[in-house]
Every structure is written in C-alpha cells, then in structure tokens.
Design a protein around this ligand. Structure first.
Ligand code: FES
Length: 166
C-alpha cells in the first residue's frame, strides 16, 4: 500500500497495484482520472502530461512509487468550484482542439509555462510546448490561446483563474 496526493486529495493505493506501475495507469485505471491520456507510452508525445510539484512531466514515464508524498496535479485538478482557469477558457475561445486527444496534455504544459513565464513570446511558447505533439497540427491555435490566457491572467492579477478569486 502507498499513498498519492492528487489534486489536493490523498489517495490510498492498495496492494493489488504494483508500485512500479507507471503513474499514468494508476491515475487512469486505479483512480478513474481518465482526463490524462495515453498517447505513445514511451515518452515521445506528452499526451500524458501532468504536473509534479508544479512542473510538467510525462506520467507514462514515472513509476507511481517515485511520486509518493509529492504534489500531483492532473487536468481534473485545474478548474476550481466549476470555474475554469484562464488557460482552459482561452482554449475554448480559440477553439484549439481538433480531435482533442492531445489537449489535456497541451493545457497542462501551457499552464506550467504561464506559471513560470506569465508573458511568453512566440519563440518561448514554441520552445516550451515543443514536447507536446499534436497529430492534428493545432500548434497555431495553441500559440494564440497561450497569448490569450496570458492576457487574461495579467488582467486578473496573475491568479490564473478568471473568476476573480485569487
Ligand atoms: Fe488531435 Fe491534437 S487535437 S492530436
């Protein structure tokens, strides 16, 4: 048995789960947090991006036992009380997704980018987002949405949420 802290909640993971299981599968299969997607399984596409202590990581590449007592955030943990984040709202406004499969990972990566750099330029966005592959080629809209989210966050005192709560 081990415990994981995900989206601010502590979860007990039973002995039926091998602690070496990649975190992605514990999230999806054990905890039902299916917003995090399985893309390639070999660290090449970043569809499975989550935050570990605020930094974006590929959840298919890390054994669950390595993240015990650490702060894990998934796409399900971004919105608070039904209030979408600035990044999520920007994604809707810019109509970013096509098939949508990669987009949870894209949003997690973009959220981490804006936390580190609240006003990235195009080159900084492209560099930060480069690990996240989109087979539909939504990169232009992703870039636009990151700028849109940065503007929202700037006008909302950088809280990252558009509802006014900080
Ligand atoms: Fe289809 Fe990115 S929206 S893979």
């Amino acid at each position: 048995m081990f415990r994981l802290t995900i989206n601010g909640q502590s979860h007990e993971i039973g002995d039926e789960v091998d602690p070496q299981t990649p975190l992605l599968w514990v999230l999806r299969d054990t905890l039902g947090l299916v917003g995090t997607k399985y893309g390639c399984g070999v660290g090449q596409c970043s569809a499975c991006t989550i935050h570990l202590n605020g930094f974006p990581i590929q959840s298919c590449q890390i054994p669950a036992q390595n993240v015990v007592d650490q702060d894990i955030t998934t796409i399900e943990g971004l919105a608070s009380g039904g209030q979408l984040t600035a990044v999520q709202e920007a994604w809707i406004e810019e109509d970013v997704p096509q098939c949508g499969y990669c987009q949870a990972g894209q949003i997690m990566r973009a959220t981490a980018l804006l936390e580190a750099n609240p006003a990235p330029n195009d080159a900084e966005i492209d560099t930060a987002m480069a690990a996240n592959i989109c087979r539909c080629g939504t990169y232009t809209r992703i870039r636009k949405a990151v700028h849109n989210a940065a503007d929202k966050m700037a006008s909302n005192n950088g809280s990252g949420r558009t509802g006014g709560a900080s």
